[in-house]
Write a protein that binds this ligand. Structure first.
Ligand code: SF4
Ligand code: SF4
Length: 133
């Protein structure tokens, strides 16, 4: 989260991170990364009334922040909770750049190319799967 906020906002405010970490239920349960799943037909883009979100080649969306009004309709449309408003009240969503995976000190995240097409997504790593077992 810090790596994302520092890279794109030059702040350490977690509100300015496109990836979020949540507990899966209760403070003693496992932590789960919440990030864009790179939908092929993104409902968030369909819901956006200004055209600030457009379909990204390979999955997910591209955000034109300058025309985002902060209405929040994309937040309601995303089924995985991968969009929120940043510190300036405008949408923030993953760019699939992989900077979070690069800086994760525990190897929990990694960038993988999806096999059937040139699509990248951020997923919990195999290392993390083993640690959870
Ligand atoms: S932000 Fe949500 S709805 Fe939009 S492409 Fe990502 S996962 Fe899909
Ligand atoms: S918050 Fe911005 S990106 Fe989201 S639906 Fe509204 S105008 Fe579009």
């Amino acid at each position: 989260m810090m790596a994302c906020a520092r890279t794109y906002y030059d702040t350490v405010s977690l509100r300015n991170s496109a990836i979020d970490i949540k507990t899966s239920g209760g403070i003693e349960s496992a932590y789960v990364p919440v990030v864009c799943h790179a939908c092929k037909d993104p409902p968030c883009a369909l819901a956006c009334p200004t055209g600030a979100l457009t379909k990204r080649k390979g999955g997910g969306v591209v955000l034109k922040k300058e025309i985002c009004t902060g209405c929040g309709q994309c937040i309601d449309a995303c089924l995985v909770g991968a969009i929120h408003l940043d510190g300036e009240g405008r949408a923030i969503v993953c760019r699939h750049c992989g900077v979070c995976a690069k800086f994760c000190p525990h190897g929990v995240l990694e960038m993988r190319k999806v096999e059937d097409k040139d699509e990248a997504e951020i997923l919990p790593s195999k290392t993390a799967d083993k640690e959870d077992a």
